[in-house]
Design a protein. Structure first.
Length: 295
């Protein structure tokens, strides 16, 4: 049983989420004490978000000091980011069994650069957090002045249960993204034209395109229900622009009008913003993609 200690009183997302990570990494075999008693601090195996010491080798994970522990990108760590460095990979392995070491590392990194880093930043006030930010949502479990009978420890564990569920789903989503990355990578290796990627399954592809450095890629062809879609690749992750838009004359056309304009017999639609179009068959979608490349 891992003996872990953090502070009592008002809790924040970083200490709540750090505890959720420890629970996942130990399969629930963690005994948490919330206190300000320094004698108890000294006896802790893991002391986080309190104590004034950052020394992972000794199980000390605080960030409330003048010389804050910093990420390589210059952003400060909070307790969850520090705990994640040592316990995150085991948490990933426990919540998503059967992964390879490469998959564990990719998932760990995705969360480290995603939700974990976001909580770090929010806790340190490095960037403003919107009202719906996960950190503020978790902190809403703190007893308010209008709840004099609400138990602080109960509130902390309620928040930690929610954090644990968020952690589990974040890892599941990251695992899906890692799987998708493998499919994108394999499809890119056998592509007849590096500008067109064909996926046999409808999987998220954008993250993989940029992670794998597929700089020549212009269009992704993949299933869309019983039909097939052609998606234009954005110039950078998260952008609503396209490296190359679909042909302007196709914009907003459907069915017969698109068939006549594109010359593809089973073309079905083209979005007015020119980022996606479709056809009834793989052959039709490929024909649209090839015409878009050469337009």
């Amino acid at each position: 049983m891992l003996k872990a200690v953090t502070h009592n009183g008002t809790f924040h997302a970083d200490d709540v989420f750090a505890y959720a990570v420890l629970k996942a990494a130990t399969k629930g075999q963690v005994e948490l004490t919330r206190t300000r008693d320094e004698a108890i601090f000294a006896a802790a195996e893991v002391l986080f978000d309190v104590g004034g010491i950052c020394d992972p080798a000794k199980g000390r994970y605080d960030h409330h000091m003048r010389n804050k522990p910093m990420r390589t990108d210059g952003m400060p760590f909070s307790s969850v980011g520090l705990v994640w460095q040592d316990y995150g990979r085991t948490a990933v392995q426990n919540l998503q069994p059967g992964l390879s070491l490469i998959e564990i590392e990719r998932i760990w990194r995705m969360l480290d650069q995603g939700i974990i880093r976001d909580i770090d930043i929010s806790d340190n006030g490095a960037l403003p957090s919107s009202p719906g930010h996960v950190a503020l949502v978790l902190e809403s479990w703190n007893p308010t002045h209008a709840e004099p009978d609400r138990n602080e420890m109960t509130a902390f564990h309620e928040a930690a249960t929610t954090a644990g569920a968020i952690l589990e789903r974040s890892i599941a989503q990251a695992f899906a993204a890692v799987q998708a990355m493998g499919l994108v990578e394999e499809s890119a290796k056998v592509a007849a034209d590096p500008r067109i990627l064909v996926l046999e399954r409808k999987v998220p592809w954008e993250e993989a395109v940029f992670e794998l450095g597929l700089d020549q890629l212009l269009f992704v062809v993949r299933p869309a229900g019983k039909a097939w879609s052609v998606n234009a690749v954005p110039p950078e992750k998260g952008s609503f622009a396209q490296r190359k838009p679909l042909p302007d004359p196709w914009g907003g056309l459907r069915d017969a009008a698109l068939v006549e304009t594109s010359g593809v017999a089973d073309a079905t639609f083209c979005h007015p913003a020119l980022f996606v179009c479709g056809a009834s068959s793989l052959e039709g979608a490929l024909a649209l993609a090839r015409k878009a490349v050469e337009a």
